[in-house]
Design a protein around this ligand. Sequence first.
Ligand SMILES: Cc1cc2nc3c(=O)[nH]c(=O)nc-3n(C[C@H](O)[C@H](O)[C@H](O)COP(=O)(O)OP(=O)(O)OC[C@H]3O[C@@H](n4cnc5c(N)ncnc54)[C@H](O)[C@@H]3O)c2cc1C
Length: 395
Amino acid sequence: MTLSTPLIIGAGPVGMAAATFLSQDGIVPRIVDKRAERSKFSKALAINPRTLELLEESGITDQLLGLGRKIHGTTFHRNDKIIAEIDFNDLEHRFPFMLALSQATTERVLSEHLARKGIEIERQLELVESPALIQGKANLVHSETQSHLQIDAPWILAADGAHSVARKSVHVPFAGDTYERAWVLDDIPLASDFAPDRAHIKLLDDGFLFLLPIYTGEEKPGEPTVWRVMGNYPEPLAQLTESNLIGESLWNSSFHIAHRVVESMSVGQVYFAGDAAHLHSPVGARGMNLGIEDAWVFAELAKRDELKLYDQQRWPVDNAVVQRIRTITDFAKGESWMRRTIRNVMLPRVMRWKSIRENMLKTLTGLDHPLPLMQKKAASESAAADEKPRKRRRD
Ligand SMILES: Cc1cc2nc3c(=O)[nH]c(=O)nc-3n(C[C@H](O)[C@H](O)[C@H](O)COP(=O)(O)OP(=O)(O)OC[C@H]3O[C@@H](n4cnc5c(N)ncnc54)[C@H](O)[C@@H]3O)c2cc1C
């Protein structure tokens, strides 16, 4: 057995964000990942205002802003007409936009930040079935040498993704369901009249298409814009009547959407964050962002020695977001006659109501719930700042 340092399983965006937030608070964790290198897939394409706010203190937000492009709203189309729009500029927030940036770039920025802070991601170390994980004892195997290692940690943050071995090791149910119809995505260069600073949703007869430009921070002038085209059709590209394909697909994937939440965000010494704890459709761009928020709350509570409050703080938020995204997705995909009719007829009308537009705006930008710990932190920081000049004056 080695070490009594806290352990993070999984160096995806959520595990790396957790290591970032914890180290900011003076807690230096060990972080392991089974992969030999970072994922190169574009996956999550949009960073929301809440995530930008949470990563600001580390300096990462400034870097992300320098690489990504601002997305100012979402436009809904039907029969080649715009039927509704949501504008992120209406948001009362210091970052009133979504930031389009490929998840591969976001992960690069996070890992480079950790390296600068002296936190090394221990790669090719895989968590395997660990009967005593609940007590903080993790069994790991090195994929190349096949050597075994047992780590005894005061707590373990399981950020090991949708198929979490940690979750299975401690037998925490992951209730929910999976849609039957596969969704398909293509990342492909397009010539299109769609505004590149907006997300676009095309409502089709028995489905939908989602389009958003992909930015990596390495775009060269004059290069065609690469778009994510995603929908609940076997061939979403065939539904693109207004755009021309001008290159090969860079990534094509077919996947089944699930909506699931862990029964509890913690058990014994093990805590869950990110996809290990919750899954939902990419509609609303919440997956990675919600996981980074889990990581921030976890780090704040760890710093205050209040990890016992983690489940109480996170489960209701994560569960509510998953259920809300599920409802929106069920309407967006329009597979049942009734939902499709409500979607096509009602959407343009209800979007004229300010309260509905504001609710949609907050859900799409991740600001649909408060973060009480953030308000507390801001209050204590401003009290500390007020304290200093007073002391100086007395001196
Ligand atoms: C097509 C697609 C589109 C998406 N679009 C969006 C979007 O627009 N916005 C958004 O916010 N989200 C989106 N998501 C979701 C987003 O990609 C995930 O929510 C995000 O990657 C979750 O991060 P994570 O760190 O929790 O898990 P992961 O990214 O899955 O990372 C888990 C890490 O754990 C490691 N690991 C796994 N098992 C073990 C083990 N046993 N031992 C050691 N290491 C292990 C893995 O190698 C991996 O590095 C999308 C996902 C997909 C697939």
